[in-house]
Design a protein around this ligand. Structure first.
Ligand code: SF4
Ligand code: SF4
Length: 407
């Protein structure tokens, strides 16, 4: 049952309300949606979500006038179906690219989730996520002081990784890299590369908290504010000039959400791993040997469509001698999602897996030996899809590929 009777329009900006009214019902967004393509649930695609939302608020706020236009109050069943579709969306933003009126869809879908949380119509798994993150300061529920557990099996871990004072760069590791052994190789590779290039860097060790992204996209952004403020204070206290994130979702949260929360600039620069590594290569700080392989590249949604970073990873790939790079059919702004976004793994794991399978099949079509990405969550999802579907293709983060080029 809904907690509040009326839809609270304060969940939406004026721009979002205007955008929903501007939807022309052209349907361009329907077949471009990777989760709708797999689940065929009408409640997922943008046109239906916008129609539903407008009818909810019009039924609530226009009263008799709404009835005259044939808009009836929604039943609990309709709300439940709507909630299911909203939480099956990976927030990949592909619908925005094709929308002729340029509706900024991704933030709109997060606003819908905030509305559903307000009405207590969100999936129960999101409550568990909130409890885990706010209690343990990470998404896995492990003790947070174990954030540098990935160092344990490094032959020669770089010195000063754990909260060294006065380092120029702070590497924000992120929960996925810190707590999921399947991708420990990403922080291992990235820190080794920075060490080889002579970068003066450290991490926040157990002082790092989840960046807040999983709660923001669950529609529970307010519950992330303490974590976010903690991280800002902790990085500012180090005096670092730069923060580098290998996770595109952490990167987006630091560059977009954090300054908005505190209403002022952070006081240090935030860069993504791909920009950082591309600059290191071009400055001559990393010498690359030939890699005789054919690779394709998966654009992570939060790096590409959300943050606009398409060139940096391609600069790296083009700088590796001997490497052959082939694009997938859907690349850059059109790239398919890996299925790992939007907390869908928690809301509907089968849909997430199906989306990942489609992306891996697209990678396989290129004939490449490897699929490269620049996101730990994409690596996890694509690796899982390759294994589940017996697709013989290695999945590497771009830092892992560079390790092959320097060794
Ligand atoms: S953000 Fe992606 S998954 Fe969600 S509705 Fe748009 S295209 Fe579909
Ligand atoms: S593409 Fe844009 S305008 Fe067309 S139906 Fe989808 S949301 Fe509406």
């Amino acid at each position: 049952m809904a907690k509040n009777d009326r839809v609270d329009l304060s969940h939406f900006t004026l721009r979002q309300i205007i955008e929903m009214e501007a939807c022309t019902r052209c349907g361009e967004c329907i077949e471009t949606c990777p989760t709708f393509a797999e689940a065929r649930n009408e409640e997922i695609h943008p046109l239906q979500k916008i129609n539903r939302t407008k009818s909810f608020w019009k039924a609530d706020h226009l009263g008799l006038l709404a009835r005259l236009f044939g808009i009836k109050p929604a039943t609990d069943e309709i709300w439940q179906d709507f909630s299911k579709g909203v939480y099956q969306c990976t927030l990949c933003g592909r619908c925005h690219v094709v929308c002729p009126v340029q509706i900024d869809t991704r933030p709109l879908w997060i606003s819908l989730r905030e509305m559903l949380v307000d009405r207590e119509l969100h999936p129960e798994t999101m409550n568990r996520l909130r409890d885990t993150v706010t209690t343990n300061f990470n998404i896995s529920g492990d003790p947070n002081e174990n954030r540098l557990g990935w160092m344990a099996n490094m032959a020669t871990p770089p010195e000063g990784l754990d909260r060294r004072e006065n380092a120029e760069v702070v590497y924000f590791v992120g929960c996925v890299a810190a707590f999921y052994p399947m991708v420990y190789s990403v922080p291992q590779s990235f820190t080794t590369l920075m060490d080889r290039a002579g970068i003066d860097f450290t991490t926040m060790g157990g002082e790092e908290s989840c960046c807040g992204f999983p709660l923001i996209i669950a529609g529970m952004g307010k519950d992330a504010h303490n974590l976010m403020r903690h991280n800002i204070d902790a990085v500012r206290a180090t005096g670092a000039k730069r923060l580098v994130a290998a996770c595109p979702s952490c990167y987006h949260t630091w560059t977009d959400e954090y300054p908005r929360l505190i209403g002022e600039p952070l006081g240090f620069e935030v860069v993504h791993e791909t920009e950082f590594l591309a600059d290191l290569i071009e400055s001559g700080a990393l010498n690359l040997k030939p890699v005789d392989k054919t690779v394709t590249y998966h654009d992570p949604c939060d790096l590409g469509r959300t943050s606009g970073i398409y060139k940096a990873p391609r600069r790296i790939l083009e700088a590796i001698p001997g490497l052959t790079f082939v694009e997938m059919k859907d690349n850059r702004e059109q790239a398919l999602c890996c299925g790992g976004g939007g907390d869908v793994e928690m809301a509907d794991a089968e849909v997430a897996k199906a989306v990942g399978r489609t992306r891996m099949l697209q990678a396989q079509e290129t004939g490449a030996d490897l699929i490269i990405t620049a996101c730990q969550q994409c690596k996890r999802t694509l690796l899982g899809a390759a294994r589940a579907n017996k697709i013989r293709m290695r999945t590497l983060d771009i830092s892992e590929l560079l390790m092959e080029a320097i060794e």
